[in-house]
Design a protein around this ligand. Structure first.
Ligand code: BDR
Ligand code: CA
Length: 316
């Protein structure tokens, strides 16, 4: 029997319920060699998302270097999302306290060290505003060849969620997103086009609840908390925005994808933070992103439930 080599990975995000679930799935899969976790400001302040990141690591038994990211977007004023994720950024079930300390240096330095020390290119999974990744590309252009690709949750080719035109992660730091999308690196884009179809329904929460492990007990309550906000907006379930960035690496066959040149709007009275797709090549550029457009919802939910079931033996 041949075993597939693990994919070296850095997880960069702003946990956040769906970031936390994305990381939980990535760790459960066993398909990744997670080399670092880095935090960004977004759903909450950098202090809160970093504390949450450490608590998620403690819960799922992920013991890798964690570093605090940039405290604010590159140019735009900071913005958080307490209406979605609560005052802590990860409201809901009680979590274990951090099991270890963060690194004495920041996220960009940790990313640079991981890339420099890696003998093979590393995949970045970005589930928050892209401030750290953009700062890394600006500070260390020589490390670009060490990035295999960026699988990101951000944007929406048809619509936004924070404004009619903009999705939250891009709106928080549009300049960073522009740097990333114009970097020439391969991008796998999980935008709202797909993430709002990747719904986990109340009956799926029940399947996770029945598993009865320490991790599944937290995950179904995260899902319930996250769903409460979305139910009021008319969603039938909890949209798995950030998990799509991980699931697309694990199970690409579940997704419909389309290559496209995506431009980031950094200005504008109405469209700041929009991800503008150039479907017909009007701007004269080759595609810079593979965009996830659709997903087999039932298969996605089954895989998610199965991955959480792998935590039956884990005790934080
Ligand atoms: C994105 O915004 C955040 O609130 C979520 O964690 C996700 O990354 C969805 O727009
Ligand atoms: Ca996020």
């Amino acid at each position: 029997m041949t075993t597939q080599p693990k994919i070296p990975l850095i997880l960069d995000g702003d946990p956040g319920h769906d970031d936390a679930i994305a990381w939980t799935l990535a760790h459960a899969s066993g398909r990744f060699d997670i080399r670092a976790v880095t935090t960004c400001a977004g759903n909450q302040t950098i202090e809160k998302t970093t504390y949450n990141a450490l608590r998620v690591c403690a819960l799922i038994g992920l013991n890798v270097p964690v570093a605090r990211g940039c405290p604010r977007p590159l140019l735009t004023a900071p913005m958080n999302a307490p209406s979605v994720h609560g005052e802590s950024g990860l409201d809901g079930p009680a979590l274990p306290e951090p099991a270890f300390e963060i690194q004495p240096f920041g996220a960009v330095e940790l990313m640079a060290r991981v890339l420099r020390e890696s003998s093979e290119p590393v995949t970045l999974v970005s589930t928050g505003p892209m401030t750290n990744t953009a700062a890394l590309l600006l500070a260390h252009p020589e490390l670009k060849p060490k990035i295999a690709r960026i699988s990101l949750m951000g944007g929406g080719l048809l619509h936004g969620n924070w404004t009619p035109a903009a999705e939250f992660n891009i709106l928080v730091d549009p300049e960073a997103a522009k740097i990333v999308f114009e970097s020439g690196l391969p991008i796998l884009m999980a935008g709202l086009d797909v993430t709002e179809k990747a719904l986990i329904l109340p009956e799926d929460f029940a399947r996770i609840r029945e598993q009865g492990s320490a991790v599944s007990d937290v995950v179904w309550q995260w899902l319930e908390f996250f769903y409460k906000f979305h139910r009021n907006l008319g969603y039938a379930g909890a949209p798995m925005h950030d998990p799509c960035a991980v699931m697309a690496l694990l199970y690409p066959e579940l997704f419909t994808m389309k290559d496209c040149y995506v431009q980031i709007e950094t200005l504008g009275d109405y469209c700041k933070g929009a991800t503008v797709p150039d479907w017909h090549g009007a701007a004269g550029h080759a595609p810079n992103a593979t965009c996830l457009m659709d997903v087999d919802r039932d298969a996605f939910a089954d895989r998610l439930v199965q991955l959480i079931a792998r935590y039956k033996e884990v005790r934080p």
